[in-house]
Design a protein around this ligand. Structure first.
Ligand code: NDP
Length: 326
């Protein structure tokens, strides 16, 4: 049965979320995520927001424009563009969509790693261009996964799922977080640069934001070394892309596989021009199956909050609000 609560869906949102919000609540929409588009009725009535908070700015200005706001349900596990600290300070809950995408993203990370190391996209392009028949076998790849030592930057939910897969591949695994994970057998490095020196394959899956911005930079690529492979499935903001393009061009590292970029959907031409970079358009979680699960979790958080004051997956910055009300 329909709740009288008003939910704002600003800008683009997954169609399944839109339909379920429309069925369960009173839904209002704006064309873009922009406080200037809010009507006085919206300002008075809106108690919840559903938004693509991994890229659309749900910032202090939007939050402050809605005095009766209680919850921001963000699509995606990363919520870089939501000012969760500001929301938390005002007693507004922010939720994201963890866990339901973990295995899909880990699958993609492993696929991207293999494509990068064994040059599978280039080998396919070779076949499609008729070169197998004309020029003979595709050259042997200088790189192999065999014997690689992998360092995971961000041993969280997804990092762990990647590690589990790569362990089954017989690879050595190390990781860097701000804190070691209790009872985890993989080698921990307190410094990212020290880990980069110890491994030859760096997989980045940390959240974006100020704390990780451009932390993968020229010094890290030098430490990774000439057989180095860099995989980024986390956020583009974590990487100094100019330094990466130079490192790939001059042989500081050997290859990179990237699913995310600093200024999406714009990808630096310097990276597109490099044959030793495998580039994907941010598709790590992008199957119908997994995006439907994410869309459902956005709506289930709203329903759970307005029916029982229990958000299912609140983010760390607003977890105290849950504690206070339960
Ligand atoms: P988690 O929160 O479970 O894991 C994040 C990990 O990163 C934690 O282990 C954390 O450990 C570590 N970390 C966080 N900040 C820092 C820091 N400043 N320095 C070092 N380590 C840090 O998140 P998930 O595994 O669920 O997701 C990770 C990220 O992957 C998301 O935030 C998102 O940005 C990205 N992602 C990308 C997708 C894509 O489509 N390409 C899809 C899904 C996610 P500690 O707190 O101890 O530092």
């Amino acid at each position: 049965e329909k709740s009288p609560v008003t939910i704002l869906v600003p800008g683009w949102m997954h169609e399944r979320s839109v339909q379920r919000i429309d069925a369960a609540f009173r839904m209002v929409r704006t064309e873009r995520v922009d406080p200037a588009l809010l009507t006085s009725e919206m300002k008075r009535d809106v108690r919840g927001i559903a938004a693509m908070g991994f890229r659309e700015p749900v910032d202090a200005a939007l939050i402050d424009a809605l005095p009766n706001l209680e919850i921001i349900a963000s699509f995606g596990v990363g919520y870089d563009a939501v000012d969760a600290r500001h929301a938390g300070g005002k007693g507004i809950v922010v939720t994201n969509t963890p866990d339901v995408l973990t295995e899909e993203v880990a699958d993609t990370a492993v696929g991207l790693l293999i494509n990068t190391v064994r040059e599978l996209p280039r080998a396919e392009a070779y076949l499609r261009a008729g070169r197998w028949e004309r020029d003979g076998n595709y050259p042997l790849t200088p790189m192999t996964l065999r014997g690689r030592h992998v360092g995971i930057y961000g041993m969280g939910r997804i990092g762990m799922a990647i590690a589990k897969r790569l362990e089954a591949f017989g690879l050595a695994i190390a990781y860097h977080n701000r804190r070691p994970v209790e009872r985890l057998g993989y080698a921990y490095h307190a410094s990212l640069e020290d880990m980069a020196r110890a491994v030859d394959t760096l997989i980045c899956v940390v959240p974006g934001g100020a704390a990780t911005e451009k932390t993968v930079n020229a010094a890290i690529f030098r430490a990774l070394g000439p057989d180095g492979v860099f995989i980024n499935i986390g956020r583009g903001s974590t990487v100094d892309e100019e330094a990466l393009a130079s490192a790939l061009r001059d042989g500081t590292i050997r290859a990179a596989g990237l699913d995310v970029f600093a200024n999406e959907p714009r990808v630096p031409q310097a990276l597109i021009d490099l044959p030793n970079a495998v580039l994907l358009p941010h598709v790590a979680s992008a199957s119908v199956h997994t995006r439907n699960a994410m869309a459902d979790l956005v709506v289930d958080n709203l329903i759970s909050w307005f029916s029982a004051r229990k958000p299912m997956t609140p983010v760390a910055e607003t977890a105290h609000i849950l504690a206070k009300t339960t």
